[in-house]
Design a protein around this ligand. Structure first.
Ligand code: NAP
Length: 524
């Protein structure tokens, strides 16, 4: 069986040993094995610091931005090949576009942002943040903040559900800041990420040492972190906790960003009764969030909060829509929902649903039965969309259990304060939404739930056509959330670039501060 290679110290490396099997999500066939055995992790990090960092910092901010734009164009030319591999992860063409085109869009966004917001000319190293402050009566002594690229490596550990978007949304801001990346994919979908990395390297655009790739386990990678390195992690809260408390991360105060799991909610306003456009928007969005990527989105709606007297109506309308969803082989154009990433992931979802069913009942679907078009329902990781209903809003499982698949639970609420309280039981979420035509209700809910959320969508008929939807993180907006969601922030425009830089307060005379360059935003 083919052992997948890694790319370290500017060379492809094929490991030895048995490796971990990687399966086709649709057929269940083993397609490759992943292993990082024999990789010199300390050497890889050293290479990033001593070769990649200097090579990137030799480029100006605008040259790095141009490089991102060229990379986006290069990858765009190879989308079909990536879509084909993506289908083997269970993704429909729509899902693949979400992942692949979405990732390319992030590259473009950061390319534009670099030209717009970062210093031009021959500036390579410094970004002046905010206005300078006079620290003396006569103005001869000023203070300000400058940001300079960290001199370490950006270790980027990704989850399996976005094998293209996730590595690209971490790579883009690191590269723009001038910090080399070491990418680790999640094993279940590493075949697709591996091909992405090959395409990036084949482009010849990246300077030496600026991108390394470790396929397979992380081994002792984190043991070799130093204080100028940073870690960007996406995955489960349990792994986030393990890595966050790693002795090197704690001992060297390594900058650590986590995007972890999240029991996101969507609130239907009491004004949005059946027959209103907002009612339909709510149901459409719920079904979309359940079925895109077979619900394997960290931002997907897990808790659907509905006024108590609308529970039956929402359940019936959503069930009718879900009944139209064709599940099956992603290559079949009639299929709306593909497979989960693998059989292990399906077993995990079934286990979570079993727990949820202790306090809820099924409104649509069955965890062990699904009609599948063009594939074998058992060999492939197929699962029916599962809509649950929990009539006890105080039950703990719906607020705690993240079934990472096409699963949502309807939960009743009685007032804006009540729904804000229920939202908080998720202990911190990535994304939430409120669907209402009533601005006063929207305000009450948004202000009540905002401290528990990284991003909130208020959906009404005015914005429905243009809305990007509940589950789509956007490069200009923060992606992350407090508490259980990891307590991190990714993207959010320039914030993600600055995350890879050290902010330093510098004091001195106007002449000395001017010599530092990196013009302040208001002077650009
Ligand atoms: P996971 O099991 O936590 O794995 C995430 C990543 O961590 C994988 O690359 C994994 O590698 C790696 N990893 C595991 N143990 C490690 C260790 N000791 N040292 C270094 N790396 C280690 O999560 P997953 O199953 O891939 O993804 C599903 C979860 O991710 C869900 O809970 C979902 O909510 C969450 N998620 C969150 C976001 C977000 O933006 N917040 C986005 C997507 C997914 P291996 O695969 O090789 O084990």
């Amino acid at each position: 069986m083919r052992l997948l290679p890694s790319y370290v110290q500017d060379r492809w490396y094929t490991p030895t040993g048995d490796g971990t099997p990687v399966y086709d999500a649709v057929t269940g066939e083993e397609i490759a094995r992943a292993s990082s055995s024999g990789i010199d992790m300390a050497g890889a990090l050293h290479h990033a610091r001593t070769v990649g960092g200097p090579a990137l910092r030799a480029l100006t901010f605008h040259q790095r931005a141009a490089l991102l734009a060229d990379l986006a164009t290069h990858l765009r030319g190879h989308r079909e090949e990536l879509y084909a591999l993506s289908a083997r992860t269970g993704a429909t063409l729509y899902d693949s576009k979400f992942d692949i085109d979405g990732g390319i869009r992030v590259l473009r966004h950061y390319a534009d942002l670099g030209l717009r917001e970062l210093p031009g000319g021959d500036e390579r190293l410094v970004y002046a943040e905010g206005p300078q402050e006079s620290l003396s009566r006569d103005g001869s002594f000023l203070g300000g903040h400058v940001c300079t690229p960290l001199r370490g490596a950006a270790v980027q550990i990704n989850a399996y559900n976005f094998p293209v978007w996730a590595p690209l949304e971490k790579l883009a801001p690191a590269l723009l800041a001038g910090v080399p990346s070491l990418i680790k994919p999640a094993t279940p979908t590493c075949v697709l990420t591996g091909r992405l990395i090959e395409l990036i390297l084949e482009s010849g655009l990246l300077p030496p040492g600026s991108l390394q790739y470790v396929c397979g386990g992380a081994g002792d990678l984190l043991d070799h972190l130093t204080e100028q390195d940073l870690v960007s992690f996406t995955g489960s809260a349990a792994t986030a906790e393990r890595l966050r408390t790693h002795p090197s991360v704690i001992g060297q105060a390594v900058r650590f960003n986590a995007e972890a799991d999240s029991v996101n909610c969507s609130v239907l306003g009491p004004d949005a009764i059946p027959g209103t456009a907002e009612f339909d928007l709510y149901v459409d969005q719920l079904v979309t969030e359940m079925t895109v990527k077979a619900g394997q989105k960290c931002t997907a709606i897990r808790r659907a909060f509905v006024p108590a007297d609308l529970m039956d109506a929402v359940g019936e309308a959503a069930a009718a829509r879900l009944a139209e969803v064709v599940v099956g082989a992603p290559s079949d154009p009639a299929v709306r929902m593909g497979a989960l990433a693998g059989l292990a992931q399906r077993e995990e979802v079934r286990r979570c649903v079993k727990t949820l069913l202790d306090s809820a009942r099924l409104v649509f679907g069955h965890p062990d039965r699904v009609e599948v078009r063009g594939a074998d329902a058992e060999r492939g990781a197929f699962l029916s969309p599962l809509l649950l209903r929990c009539d006890d809003p105080g039950a703990s499982a719906p607020h705690e259990v993240e079934a990472f698949g096409p699963v949502s639970t309807l939960i009743p609420y009685t007032s804006p304060e009540h729904v804000a309280f229920l939202a908080s039981l998720g202990r911190g979420s990535l994304a939430g939404s409120v669907v209402t035509g009533d601005p006063a209700f929207a305000r009450e809910v948004v202000l009540g739930v905002a401290p528990w959320h990284g991003r909130l969508l208020v959906l009404d008929t005015d914005s429905a056509q243009a809305s990007t939807g509940h589950g789509s993180p956007l490069p200009g907006l923060i992606h992350g959330g407090p508490g259980r969601a990891g307590g991190g922030e990714e993207m959010g425009g320039i914030r993600a670039v600055l995350h890879h830089m050290q902010r330093t307060a510098v004091q001195g005379s106007p002449r000395m501060l001017a010599a530092l360059g990196g013009r302040a935003p208001e002077e650009r």
